[in-house]
Write a protein that binds this ligand. Structure first.
Ligand code: PSU
Ligand code: MN
Length: 303
């Protein structure tokens, strides 16, 4: 393993003993939710994973190192600091070289997790192909890394702000299985379904773990997506969500928001426009994914 990584002792112990570990990203903390909600959610998600019998490993960049498993003080830095860069694949080497603080996206977290031999990763929603990508060319590097890192990502689908059919097309091209957990359809983050059917479905974490194992036993070098719809009680109304998204996208366009600022801008505006309801749903779905991710890591470790 590269010597640029610092493993938290609990994570190192679990990995050395073949125990279940779940990777978590830090962009959702630093750029996806406001303080102090972000800190409370990050701590709760870690506890949910521990209750499921796995060790949480939140990943971020500090002082030129990839930290895998954060102390309470380090978690506070990612929740509070306003000088934390959003780090995707292209940024990883540079932020390590200059020693600044970096919150890792799904793409960068997958790379770090794979380097440490952590095979299960929990997030909220994937990045993907943005609406209007035929003009903007905005396609998240999350999809690129899903096509080339051996990590299973538990999520509530891709974020609803995206073009979901195009996102699934890119995943198919990348050889990435997208597996519905107890659902035939691709979930749409704030709502349980996008109406787009998936090619695969499982009912249990054990089934998903077996799919991971055979995928990689074949030597396939891509990741997998386990798509977990948020609980019905936390789901928002689809027409309402689309109205908020329409307005937030129009504002992003008017304010000429581009590149890596698009997703944080849209998530923040949706929270404001919905009086916090999208944020509540986002919290609920991340916690729901943590429960499943903990079970998945335990099932995979037991194979
Ligand atoms: N899921 C959430 N909130 C987030 C993200 C995911 O519930 O903030 C972040 C992830 O880090 C993801 C990133 O990788 O948004 C996508 O950004 P972009 O579209 O710029 O690739
Ligand atoms: Mn982008």
């Amino acid at each position: 393993m590269t010597d640029l990584i610092d493993l938290h002792p609990d994570v190192a112990d679990a990995l050395n003993n073949g125990k279940a570990v779940v990777a978590l990203e830090s962009t959702i903390i630093s750029h996806g939710m406001p303080y102090p909600t972000n800190l409370e959610v990050a701590q709760r998600v870690e506890n949910i994973i521990r209750e499921a019998g796995a060790i949480p490993a939140t990943i971020g960049l500090l002082n030129g190192r990839i930290k895998i498993g954060l102390t309470a003080e380090e978690l506070l830095v990612f929740a509070q600091a306003d000088d934390v860069a959003k780090v995707s694949t292209r940024d990883l080497g540079l932020v390590i070289a200059n020693g600044s603080k970096g919150a890792t996206t799904v793409a960068a977290t997958m790379i770090a997790a794979a380097l440490a031999d952590i095979r299960v990763f929990v997030t909220g929603g994937l990045g993907g192909v943005h609406r209007g990508a035929e003009q903007s060319y905005d396609v998240s590097a999350d999809l690129t890394e899903l096509g080339r890192q051996q990590v299973a990502v538990v999520c509530a689908g891709a974020k609803a702000i995206l073009d979901l059919p195009k996102t699934l097309e890119v995943l198919e091209t990348g050889g990435v299985p997208v597996i519905g957990y107890g659902t035939p359809d691709f979930p749409a983050f704030y709502t349980r379904t996008s109406g787009i059917p998936l090619s695969a479905r499982v009912e249990t974490a054990q089934e998903a773990a077996r799919a991971m194992k055979s995928h990689w036993d074949l030597g396939l070098t891509s990741g997998l997506v386990l798509a977990n719809p948020l609980p019905e009680t936390d789901a928002l109304e689809q027409d309402q969500v689309e109205a908020y998204i329409g307005q937030a996208l129009a504002e992003a366009d008017a304010e000429r928001i581009t590149g890596k600022d698009v997703t944080p801008f849209l998530l923040r505006r949706l929270g404001e426009l919905s009086s916090g309801r999208t944020l509540q749903a986002n919290i609920a779905l991340v916690e729901n994914n943590a429960r499943l991710g903990g079970q998945l890591a335990v099932a995979f470790a037991n194979l």
